[in-house]
Design a protein around this ligand. Sequence first.
Ligand code: ZN
Length: 260
Amino acid sequence: MRRFGRVEIAGGRRAFAELSADGRLALMSDAPWLGGAPTGEVIDAASARALAPVTPSKILCVGRNYRAHAKELGNEVPKEPLLFLKASSSLLDPDGAIELPPTDVSSRVDYEAEIALVVGKRARRVSREAAMDHVFGATLSFDVTARDLQKQDGQWTRAKGMDTFCPAGPHVVAGIEELGALTFTCSVNGEVRQRGDARDMIFAMDELVAYMSAFFTLEPGDLLLTGTPEGVGPLAAGDALEMTSPALGALRVRVAAGPR
Ligand code: ZN
């Protein structure tokens, strides 16, 4: 397995990098899915600030892709994937803060821990068989959702697309043998709230990628969120949110009251 991140280093310079087992970062000329190569500059990971590891042209997501989660919110299990977009401006760096909107805008903001795929090769109308050849790797993400706005608006642009509503990282991991067997947990203030297993998805990853590519050209670096298992719940200012997966590491963010 190989781990790729994006970092900010001294002077505000930003770069993609490959993380080595000894905690050093080999800076790269561009994103690995865009043909980036090592520049020869190697730095200590501790001397850099981790950024969200992708700069996607879009963030495509699927709703209600785990039976028990559809049920917990009183929804039917969909007959075909229920797609929606999150704004690319909703991305949040690891260790960043989810900003809760003012309570007169939303008084119920939920976490949803999700495995996210990162597109490696442009994909348009690819078959299910060829779909995963277009995936570079996977990372961890939260599909943060203003649940009250989701119900109120009927469509989900505000509810899921606000600034800071898509924490992602810490790394994009490539070379995982069985992406469809990834497991993960989500905890709030150290208490486990969600346990996910990609094998429980209603629409498997290859089916999702093929389906998404029928409507949207998937560009290298695009982020594809694959749905959340049961156990979603509200966040409050001061909460510490963490998603962990044996293969993908740990994504930690804080929750704070946003600006008025
Ligand atoms: Zn979701």
